[in-house]
Design a protein around this ligand. Structure first.
Ligand SMILES: Cc1cc2nc3c(=O)[nH]c(=O)nc-3n(C[C@H](O)[C@H](O)[C@H](O)COP(=O)(O)OP(=O)(O)OC[C@H]3O[C@@H](n4cnc5c(N)ncnc54)[C@H](O)[C@@H]3O)c2cc1C
Length: 440
């Protein structure tokens, strides 16, 4: 294992760290409203954003999640992990660097599965940071379980050569479609062949936001949003929304595959950014511990506070190593040295650990700051509140735990005898058969 960082790349990281601290964190203070990063109609924020994005582009650091074949500089996942740690410190940084979810994943599947026309119309402005997009998959009645999806699509009219007079008609409801209110287009998965096996039952559609029939019923708010009726997670009805035939992303029945292609990346990128945000909370905890006196001693001299600091450092370092190893596995797959799918279990591990590490570290940092911690004078309370969202977004923790355990259970062997294969008396008897003189 070599944990050293190439000096040329370290220079890039140093530039990023300075830039995020000085510029992106300043942006967090100027434009703090939840979801404001996605609001392309916010003229003040957008006017100030553009010059920052230009600086990032000039450094060759724009849209680093995509490889050159997909239109980005392509640093690979291990380097991306180190970069995302820095970006994770600030709410605005991912937008400033062109790596904000869900646009990252949406850009990835447009690049992978899109036609040239789709790329020109949707991917190019998305990559340029001119528009934002929405991924509309979860449904109100069945969550994100594709087996329960009822939103459906069917063909009407003449398919022609793909751009004939025919259309796809989409009907159904979606839930928690983040940022739909600001999106220029939505990627919507819908059932196109209800009788087909699960993995070929659905197709993915690109639906321009202004399409008649795209109806946002409510913008559902979550913890941390100031107004329950003014959130960022849309409950949408697709009321016979019509798109031309050439607005399917991928082939008919390929929706499941297309969706899968974006979810792994999304999960690991969230995990990388979580490392950065938790590190910032630990930095705050350390500063407070050496600054605040109580009962004649600094906070950091009290053993309970020391335990909180130590537990947080250990937990975060373990998580960081897990994230880096997962990133390394993905790079190995990309290089053809590991089989496709080899990262699945590790991505699941990151997904599960992410929310608990976040909640634990944020909770401890908040506690060390006392009343100030829970106040809105510090960012800790807001970060703490956001932790459970991480547990659900991109699939609930419990589902990932269950999938992980089942993957390993499949590989497990049944014990050869009534006792487990590690049964000491049985093994000792075997050892004595091999070495009869050992205890003579
Ligand atoms: C902040 C945020 C942003 C989101 N953004 C988007 C978005 O942009 N687009 C989108 O389509 N969706 C989005 N989602 C939705 C997200 O994908 C779902 O919340 C998630 O998949 C879980 O679905 P659900 O909320 O219906 O919970 P449910 O599926 O009802 O699960 C609730 C609980 O039931 C248990 N459970 C469920 N299934 C299983 C199982 N198989 N095994 C064991 N236990 C189980 C678990 O305890 C789980 O926590 C977002 C969610 C959040 C919180």
């Amino acid at each position: 294992m070599d944990f050293s960082i190439d000096p040329a790349f370290q220079e890039k990281l140093d530039w990023m760290a300075r830039f995020v601290r000085e510029e992106c964190e300043t942006f967090d203070l100027l434009f703090p409203e939840p979801g404001v990063q996605y609001d392309t109609a916010n003229a003040a924020a957008r006017a100030h954003l553009k010059p920052l994005q230009d600086q990032v582009k000039a450094q060759g650091l724009w849209a680093c999640h995509l490889g050159p074949q997909l239109g980005g500089p392509g640093y690979g996942q291990v380097k991306l992990a180190l970069m995302n740690e820095i970006l994770g410190r600030s709410n605005w940084a991912p937008t400033v660097f062109g790596t904000a979810a869900p646009d990252t994943g949406n850009a990835e599947i447009l690049a992978l599965f899109g036609t040239e026309a789709q790329k020109a119309r949707y991917l190019a402005p998305l990559m340029a940071g001119e528009i934002v997009s929405c991924f509309s998959m979860t449904e109100p009645q069945g969550g994100a379980d594709p087996g329960e999806f009822t939103c459906r699509a069917w063909q009407e009219g003449d398919p022609g050569s793909g751009s004939g007079t025919g259309e796809w008609v989409i009907e159904g409801e979606k839930w928690f479609s983040s940022n739909a209110r600001h999106a220029a287009f939505l990627l919507v998965i819908a059932v196109t062949d209800a009788d087909a096996p699960l993995t070929s039952r659905m197709s993915m559609f690109i639906i321009p936001a202004e399409t008649p029939g795209v109806e946002i019923l409510r913008n559902v708010a979550i913890i941390g949003d100031p107004d329950p009726e003014d959130g960022h997670h849309a409950h949408i009805r697709y009321d016979k929304a019509r798109v031309p035939f050439d607005h399917m992303l991928g082939k008919p029945g390929e929706g499941f595959r297309v969706a899968q292609a974006r979810l792994g990346g999304g999960r690991i990128h969230h995990a990388m950014r979580t490392v950065g945000k938790c590190q910032r909370a630990i930095d705050m905890m350390l500063e407070r511990a050496v600054s605040r006196r109580t009962r004649g001693r600094m906070l950091g001299d009290h053993q309970m506070v020391q335990a909180k600091i130590a537990d947080s450092l250990i937990e975060l370092e373990q998580f960081r190593l897990l994230v880096l190893k997962t990133a390394w596995i993905i790079d190995e797959i990309e290089a053809g040295r590991m089989p496709h799918g080899a990262s699945r279990n590790h991505i699941g591990m990151c997904k599960v650990a992410m929310a608990s590490v976040w909640m634990n570290v944020m909770g401890r940092a908040l506690e060390v700051h006392g009343s100030l911690g829970i106040s809105l004078d510090l960012p800790l309370a807001g970060w703490f509140a956001g932790g459970m969202g991480l547990a659900f977004a991109d699939g609930p923790t419990d589902v990932h735990k269950s999938q992980l355990a089942r993957a390993y259970l499949k590989q497990a062997s049944v014990a050869p005898e009534i006792f487990p294969s590690e049964h000491i008396p049985t093994r000792t008897a075997e050892a004595l058969r091999r070495y009869p003189q050992a205890r003579a």
